[in-house]
Design a protein around this ligand. Structure first.
Ligand SMILES: Cc1ncc(COP(=O)(O)O)c(C=O)c1O
Length: 344
């Protein structure tokens, strides 16, 4: 089966990652880490602190980005009487679900469809946040599934103009696909104590099965840090692989660059077909509008080819496909299959 439905990684892990797995000493697993004796969470949080220039206590680690998001949403929505969270209208279904799990009340701010993209209206996000005054504001950059993102200036403008007691969580699971620049993160978390930026090794670093997410937050959140921390440490095997992945940017950047070929192929081959629209993609997936009347035939054709792509079910996006950018030969098959069904 070719999985192009969950934004996973259809390429090779880096040589350093493979080497770290092969050379891992199993005896390491016979002991807990001792790094907490030094007041640190993990060898990974120490390395992330060096790479991103954020003090180690402000580095978050989790079982995927999913875990960071869940910990933060559960903690902040359960902590006091304000249980409201504001999320993007078209976004990862999981945000609403984790808020619901702890009795949270979800509000949404709109995203606007433009020519070949969706966009946040930053002034409106600010206005909604001041009016609703939620305990949490969630932003995703790039957003899944619409693929639009925020600049660091826009993030700064939002932070500057909303209440200090609204915790802002920016899900940057896909951010490394846009740029390798991470210099904006430290100044933002140093300036705004109510900011959390969450990232993961699952997308750009292609290791969703490793289950490692990380994040950075403003200072002064000791209770949350203690809530989210693992007292006896993290999975020591995953830690070793994670360090190797973080040293492999060149390999993963090359893979990310290759995805441009996929984007161009989708655009060239599908954008001109009746009822199709290919949205701009800055992540490892692409959103495509298609004539929904071909849905069942397309589902069947993909199944026959042994391919899974995502047929969106979200309100307002029912006539969209979200396809993970994979190897060229995979994308060629997907494009050919869509064309065959659309033109028959
Ligand atoms: C928007 C978004 N955020 C976060 C994640 C979390 O991924 P993980 O838990 O594998 O880090 C995903 C996974 O698909 C996602 O789409």
């Amino acid at each position: 089966m070719n999985y192009l439905d969950r934004n996973e990684f259809n390429f090779e892990p880096s040589a350093k990652v493979i080497e770290a797995i092969r050379n891992f000493d199993p005896a390491t697993l016979c002991f807990y880490t001792r790094i907490y004796d030094e007041g640190k969470k993990s060898i990974v949080s120490v390395r992330l602190s060096e790479i991103y220039g954020v003090p180690e206590p402000q580095v978050l680690l989790g079982y995927g980005g999913e875990d960071i998001l869940k910990n933060a949403v559960h903690y902040y929505l359960m902590e006091g009487s304000n249980k409201t969270i504001l999320i993007p209208e078209f976004s990862w279904w999981y945000y609403n679900r984790i808020a619901g799990e702890c009795g949270g009340e979800t509000y949404m701010y709109p995203l606007y469809e433009q020519e070949d993209t969706f966009a946040y209206n930053v002034d409106e996000v600010i206005e909604y946040t001041n009016r609703i005054h939620p305990r949490m504001l969630l932003l995703a950059s790039p957003n899944n599934p619409t693929g639009n993102s925020l600049t660091s200036e826009e993030i700064g403008r939002i932070m500057e103009n909303i209440p200090d007691d609204t915790m802002v969580l920016i899900d940057e699971a896909y951010a490394s696909f846009i740029t390798s620049d991470t210099d904006y993160i430290a100044p933002l978390v140093n300036k705004y104590s109510n900011l959390i930026i969450s990232r993961t090794l699952s997308k750009f670093y292609g290791l969703p099965g490793l289950r490692i997410g990380f994040g950075f937050m403003g200072a002064g959140h000791d209770n949350f840090l203690s809530y989210a921390n693992k007292y006896l440490g993290y999975n020591r095997f995953s830690e070793a692989v994670a360090l190797a992945a973080l040293e492999s940017d060149d390999h993963y950047r090359k893979v990310a660059d290759q995805m441009e070929w996929d984007r161009q192929l989708f655009k060239q081959e599908l954008a001109g077909l009746p009822g199709f629209k290919v949205y701009k993609s800055v992540a490892n997936f692409i959103l495509i509008k298609y004539p929904v009347e071909i849905k069942e035939r397309l589902q069947q054709a993909m199944k026959e080819q042994d391919y899974k792509i995502k047929f969106m079910g979200d309100k307002g996006l029912e006539s969209c496909l979200r396809i993970t950018l994979g190897r060229p030969e995979q994308i060629q098959i997907v494009v050919d299959t869509i064309k065959r069904v659309a033109l028959s």
